[in-house]
Structures are given as structure tokens and as C-alpha cells.
Design a protein around this ligand. Structure first.
Ligand code: ZN
Length: 256
């Protein structure tokens, strides 16, 4: 992978957003392998296709690219709130690629892939409607809150200007697949319990370590009055998916 951006491509463009789009899209088309199947490149769709930006000619997987100048940060701005929510809830989401780059060094600095099944409405933050004076008054945009996605769903491809090992990327994407759930409600619960498990620092933990998150979980799922049984059910699901193992007597271990 050549992390340099091709400066020559943008000499004819004036608008900053056009320059950014051309630079980053051409970089992905020239450099990125398919994180799903390992094919050497992914291909750009014809312009103005709403659902995705790239696809893999071998496994057909689709990708949407979000780029940002400077650091990637905790959240990335996206388009219309309703559009993104309806795409997530219809299970027609592509995988997402989040790319950040530096205009000083003209290099890609970070690139993360987030598999589609890690998208739940909770990670989409609604922004304030545009004021009446705006060109599109009342329009509601959104941000994708990357930091709320469990670490298993954030696959680093480039980190702080350094490329990750390709085999490791493919392995992590393939491991993440065990967490895929079609049902959006079930997915929300699974992601929440996964975040609780992740935030316990030790490799081994007990049921009571997870019960500590009861308040947090109740806030997110106020319709559920049986949080503890739900926690146990989701831990079983995480065991079935190979993310944790049961040690007996209410003890668990994270699987590396
Ligand atoms: Zn592929």
C-alpha cells in the first residue's frame, strides 16, 4: 500500500470538498485490498450511486467511504439522519471505511473498516435541524459515533500512518463475522453487552461484573424490566459466538 495521496489529481479542482473526494476515492481505488476476501483491489461504482461507493469484483461486497481531513476523532459527520437510519434498519448497509488524511504530508493517516452488522441506531447521533436561514432549512444531519462501536467492530487497516498486516486485517474481519445478527433489536443488545464485557479490564470476569452495568443498560432499554436475565442470555450468545467462554460458577473468560 502506498500511503501517499496523488496531488496531481486535484490541480483542476477548486472546491475543498471536491479535492478531498477525488484524492481519497482515487487512493482507495489504487491501493486498498478487499478486507473481506483479500482481493488486491476494490472498484469504484459509477458516480451518484446512493448506497455505496466501492465494491469488490470478486466477493461483491460493498463499501462506503467516509473521509476526514486531520484526525478521525470520536465521530464522523454523515448525511441525512433519516436516510442513514432507514438504510441501517433495512439491513442494506454496506461496510464502512473511515479514512483520515493529512494535507500537510499528503498521506493517509488512519483507515478503519467497520462491518455492516455493527451498525445500530444508537451509534447514529442526530444533529440539530438547520436554521430557517439555511439553504435547506429544517434539514437534519447526523454523525456516526465511532467510539461507541465495540472494538471487535473497528478493524484498523492503517493506524497513525502505519499499515497493518494484511493477513491480520482479514483475520479480524472474518472473526467479526461471528457477531453478525440480522435482527436489529437483537443486534442492539448484543453490541451493548459486548461493550460492557469490553470495558471490564481483566480477561476473566464474573456475572456480577456485568450486573454492574444494569443501570446503564436499563437507561438504553427502558422497556425491559428483566435486565439481569437479558444479560445472562446475551452472555450465552457471546459464548455461542466464541467471544467468551464459560468457566462455571458465574465466571467467564474472554477469548482472544
Ligand atoms: Zn472481496
Amino acid at each position: 500500500m502506498d500511503l501517499r495521496l496523488n496531488n496531481e489529481l486535484i490541480s483542476e479542482y477548486h472546491s475543498g470538498s471536491q479535492k478531498a473526494r477525488v484524492l481519497t476515492e482515487s487512493w482507495v481505488g489504487d491501493n486498498l485490498f478487499c478486507p473481506r476476501c483479500g482481493n488486491d483491489h476494490i472498484q469504484h461504482f459509477e458516480n451518484n450511486r446512493p448506497a455505496a461507493d466501492f465494491f469488490c469484483p470478486v466477493c461483491n461486497n460493498q463499501y462506503e467511504l467516509k473521509s476526514r481531513r486531520g484526525r478521525l476523532g470520536k465521530k464522523v459527520a454523515d448525511g441525512a439522519y433519516d436516510t442513514l437510519i432507514s438504510r441501517i434498519t433495512s439491513n442494506e448497509n454496506p461496510d464502512f471505511l473511515f479514512l483520515s488524511y493529512s494535507m500537510d504530508t499528503m498521506r493517509v493517516t488512519d483507515l478503519i473498516m467497520i462491518p455492516k452488522y455493527f451498525f445500530v441506531p444508537e451509534i447514529i447521533e442526530k444533529r440539530a435541524p438547520l436554521p430557517l436561514t439555511a439553504r435547506r432549512p429544517g434539514w437534519v444531519g447526523c454523525s456516526i459515533v465511532i467510539e461507541q462501536i465495540p472494538q471487535q467492530g473497528r478493524v484498523n487497516i492503517v493506524s497513525r500512518g502505519i499499515e497493518e498486516d494484511r493477513e491480520l486485517v482479514l483475520e479480524r474481519v472474518s472473526l467479526s463475522q461471528r457477531l453478525s445478527t440480522e435482527n436489529l433489536h437483537a443486534r442492539g443488545w448484543l453490541m451493548d453487552i459486548l461493550r460492557c464485557v469490553n470495558s471490564v479490564p481483566a480477561e476473566e470476569f464474573s456475572l456480577s461484573d456485568i450486573y454492574r452495568f444494569e443501570g446503564f443498560l436499563f437507561e438504553k432499554h427502558p422497556e425491559n424490566n428483566n435486565i439481569r436475565p437479558k444479560i445472562r442470555q446475551q452472555l450465552q450468545l457471546l459464548r455461542d459466538k466464541g467471544v467468551i467462554e464459560f468457566l462455571g460458577m458465574g465466571r467467564y473468560r474472554k477469548v482472544r
